[in-house]
Design a protein around this ligand. Structure first.
Ligand SMILES: [Mg+2]
Length: 196
């Protein structure tokens, strides 16, 4: 039997009811179901450049969503260096699809991606699910065969885990960051101590 749940709405009482889920429906446990798991990456790497594609293949991964700032390059590096182009070529030669997903501006992402010419999304508002879904659409990939690589727990990992993607956390390339990010890093370190 459907149970009504109260949600904000426009009816007289200020609420409307919508059908809820049946309590008898079994919970399906996937990657990152609990809050703790949602902040736990499937894989930790010191740098994206030590990525072992064998691990990805064993996980059935065919498509990779990748962050730019402090994942591929430091946030003040405007263009991809040889390491970035080398990685992109290596992944492409092994038939991985790649999509850039960044919370940074259109200008930053377009300039960085000018020669790489990868599918790219700027102002992604990670950890919002929407941009991750868009990235998967651009690569024609599914949850089960898509990985996310990024340097931040609360954007890259949380966003990926919310959808059940395979999440990879890398150590930030540079410690030179904005004040807000530096504060977030303190919280990240506390959480990582508990989940690592
Ligand atoms: Mg980043």
């Amino acid at each position: 039997m459907n149970r009504p749940y109260m949600v904000p709405g426009t009816c007289r009482e200020g609420f409307q009811t919508v059908p809820g889920i049946r309590s008898s429906v079994p919970k399906i446990y996937t990657r990152g179901t609990t809050m703790k798991n949602r902040l736990k990456p499937d894989l930790f790497l010191n740098t994206v450049y030590e990525l072992d594609t064998g691990v990805l293949k064993r996980e059935g991964i065919e498509a990779i969503i990748v962050d730019i700032d402090n994942t591929l390059v430091s946030w003040d590096t405007k263009l991809p260096d040889e390491k970035v182009t080398g990685l992109v070529c290596r992944l492409a030669s092994e038939d991985f699809k790649i999509c850039i997903l960044s919370n940074n501006t259109k200008k930053r992402v377009e300039e960085f991606n000018k020669d790489l010419k990868l599918p790219a999304i700027h102002k992604a508002v990670k950890p919002s699910k929407m941009a991750f879904k868009r990235a998967m659409k651009l690569m024609d990939s599914k949850v089960k065969n898509t990985a996310v690589i990024g340097d931040q727990l609360f954007t890259d990992v949380l966003g990926g885990n919310r959808l059940g993607l395979f999440t990879i956390l890398v150590s930030p390339i540079s410690s030179k960051e904005f004040i807000w990010t530096r504060l977030v890093r303190l919280l990240e370190r506390l959480i990582l101590k508990k989940i690592k």
